[in-house]
Design a protein around this ligand. Structure first.
Ligand code: ADP
Length: 475
């Protein structure tokens, strides 16, 4: 753990094993933080807030810039750690680190640009000023699917804004976080400003949520846990940002460029083996072009290589754990029972010597999907593409919006007015029009409906860590 600028073991002396999901190899042990360690981290963040919040933006910027440069310099090392604990192919791990570092670079720049306002008053003897100030100590809870980028996307804007932080990464992937924190220390971050603790989510979560000094919770993970955090945050009326589950539809109209649509399906679906909150979960293709689309897609999906992320030709790594693997199998069985047919794939292959690891899944296309199937309503988090058809534009929009989620959606059409009309009608926070990979540091990322609250990235992202103060001046 990294608390108050020091690397230390758990006060309970307990450790968490970190295993490679491809083969079960024990790759490291992480100190298992306790409730009292969490309180220490909050104490440290609270103490250091006084000075960090007053540190000029230019100086905060310089430290973040240094962190960015160190992450880029060490990207291969961090990627090796990430592939070891998370399983994704090395080329994707490097991609995530460059993407994640992009937030640090962006917010290093934004730290200098936290502007207020002056507002014209109704009388000559009053002046109205608006300042922005950091919200205070923040707790960041992050998932295992993007072990680096989900941390930088939260911590870079928080530190840029002048907040101090406690980060709790997922227990499956703490070592990438350790490496990022080593580099943050090397970049010269003052003692106590950012703290790292891993351990029982319930215990650590409870301490963070109950402490009135923690003024904000920022979370990426499941909708279930997000709702619980929101409820518990109400006790001390914390600020809250939630980036929760999604169920992305991908719509392909008959006027689409089919090659672009297939490319977009591949990039939105198969990154991280489909274990992505903005991954395509259901494809709606206009009836007249279904066969052509399926045959082109099958060609691309058929050549994906499944294996250990360290093998150069691997496109799809292991599923994170048995629970994830069982869920995919259950979704496929349910879909087949309800009338789906397999175009390619359809099964997993459990490999490795260790019973608890090596859960690989063959990239799968299912045809004749329908709205009754679980996978058409719930996140599958695996390399599975269910495909169904529609006849009319309005029907496609209605099907796409018929969900409690609202994170990402994708639309493929070469018709400009249709592109505008459909993207505007979709109840989603992120829409890719002829684009299967919309995430980028300068754009706002976040969801409608039960997919979340708030936005990460871009100039909006830093606002999540700022309070507005109105000063009324009588002359
Ligand atoms: P996922 O499995 O998609 O990552 P989770 O919501 O289970 O989604 O986990 C995301 C993060 O939330 C992880 O760091 C996990 O440890 C944490 N988490 C899970 N349950 C709780 C909880 N009760 N309180 C606080 N954090 C939690």
């Amino acid at each position: 753990m990294f608390i108050n600028g020091e690397w230390r073991e758990s006060s309970s002396n307990e450790w968490i094993d970190v295993n490679n999901p491809a083969n079960g190899d024990l790759i490291g042990k992480m100190a298992k933080g306790t409730t009292s360690d969490t309180s220490d981290a909050i104490d440290a963040a609270h103490r250091s807030f006084t000075s960090w919040s007053k540190t000029p933006g230019k100086d905060r910027s310089r430290i973040l810039r240094k962190w960015y440069e160190l992450i880029i310099k060490h990207k291969e090392d961090i990627a090796k750690i990430m592939t070891s604990e998370q399983g994704k192919p090395m080329k994707e791990a490097i991609g995530e680190i460059i993407y994640g570092a992009g937030f640090v670079e962006w917010y290093a720049e934004e730290a200098k640009r936290i502007y207020g306002e002056t507002i014209p008053s109704n009388s000559n003897n009053k002046r109205i000023l608006v300042h922005k100030q950091p919200v205070g100590v923040i707790g960041a809870i992050t998932p295992w699917n993007f072990p680096a980028a989900m941390i930088t996307r939260k911590i870079a804007p928080a530190l840029a804004a002048g907040c101090t932080a406690i980060v709790k990464p997922a227990s499956a992937t703490p070592l990438t976080a350790v490496k990022l924190f080593e580099l943050l220390e090397e970049a010269g971050l003052p003692q106590g400003v950012a703290n790292l603790i891993v351990g029982s989510a319930n215990d650590i979560g409870e301490v963070l949520l109950n402490d009135e000094r923690v003024r904000k919770i920022t979370f990426t993970g499941s909708t279930k846990v997000g709702k619980m955090l929101m409820e518990k945050s109400s006790k001390t009326v914390k600020n809250i940002s939630l980036e929760l589950g999604g169920h992305a539809p991908l719509l392909i109209f008959e006027d689409a460029d089919l090659d672009k649509a297939v490319e977009g399906t591949m990039s939105s679906k198969f990154r991280n083996g489909g274990q992505v909150c903005i991954a395509t979960n259901r494809v709606y293709v206009q009836e007249s072009i279904k066969e052509k689309y399926l045959s082109k897609l099958k060609e691309k999906v058929g050549i994906l290589t499944v294996g250990n992320g360290f093998d150069n030709d691997t496109d799809i790594g292991p599923i994170i754990d048995k629970e994830g693997y069982d869920k995919i199998n259950m979704h496929i069985k349910d879909a087949i029972d309800k009338g789906a047919s397999i175009v390619t794939g359809g099964n997993g292959k459990h490999e490795g010597d260790c019973n608890d690891f090596g859960y690989f899944f063959i990239p799968t296309i299912l045809d004749n999907a329908n709205e009754e199937m679980i996978m058409m309503n719930e996140e599958t988090f695996g390399p599975i593409v269910p495909v169904t058809t529609f006849k009319y534009e309005d029907e496609a929009i209605k099907l796409a919006n018929d969900t409690n989620y609202g994170l990402a959606a994708y639309v493929f059409t070469e018709n400009l007015s249709r592109g505008f009309k459909v993207t505007e009608a979709l109840e989603y926070g992120i829409v890719g029009l002829n684009d299967g990979a919309p995430s980028t540091p300068q754009a706002p990322f976040g969801g409608f409906k039960e997919s979340g609250i708030g936005r990460e990235g871009g100039h909006l992202g830093i606002e999540e860590f700022l309070e507005v103060k109105y000063i009324s001046i009588g002359l």
